[in-house]
Design a protein around this ligand. Sequence first.
Ligand code: UDP
Length: 259
Amino acid sequence: MADDDPSAAAPSFRRVVLKISGEGFIHAGERGIATDAVLHLARQTAAAAGHGVQMAVVIGGGNILRGAQFSANTSAVHEATAHYMGMLATVINGLALQDSLESLGCDTRLMTAMRIDGVAEPYIRRRARRHLEKGRIIILAAGTGSPFVTTDTAAAQRALELDADVLLKATRVDGVYSADPEKNPHAVLYSELSYDDVRRQNLRVMDPEAITKCMEYAMPILVFNFRKAGNIEAAVLGRRVGTLVHSAEALERAKTEQP
Ligand code: UDP
């Protein structure tokens, strides 16, 4: 390939965990699954993987069902059951993403934290690593397999156990803002933040448990807009997109290294 061919660019990361919420599987305000939205995600993910970065994709299920919301509206279903329903929703998304990626020629494996042997492999850490080493995109569904947490926590956990270089958190806005940009037009977009900034200011990045886990083990989090075509690719190539959340020390170093 020619040197100036953008598809030949080397990735900045060896291995990433990409967290895609259920909202990536629908258009704004809808529920269920929109096949064109899934194909958009698949194209972006495939383009990023094409640079040789190892990709593990953790899938949300909020487009179908969130356990806490569902159980708040009924006393007939135990909240734990509702969370298991939410985990199953992530498997539905995972199956749609898997086939969409394979329709683009990607080699994939769907792995679930709850056993659903007919359609997916059980998540086994060493096997997951092996798939990644072989260049397969792994799709990790059913969260952690335990109720009362979210797929953000699952993403943080998988990023740590798979030794990812970064946790890429795909959202529908451009990064982390001082206030909700969909409600406040004066909200400021941050380019970098420390974990403490996020916690002190109660900024919307990921669930508090996920932030705490990433902070404890200095796992960087890049929050960016997945709706903009090319952003997942840009993120794995280390181009400046979205907001980078990392340790106060890393933040300080980045400041002193700036020209
Ligand atoms: N869930 C769970 N345990 C997990 C991950 C998810 O119980 O480890 C349930 C929980 O009810 C959650 C739902 O699955 O609301 C769907 O996941 P999530 O809300 O994280 O989806 P997203 O907001 O990312 O679309």
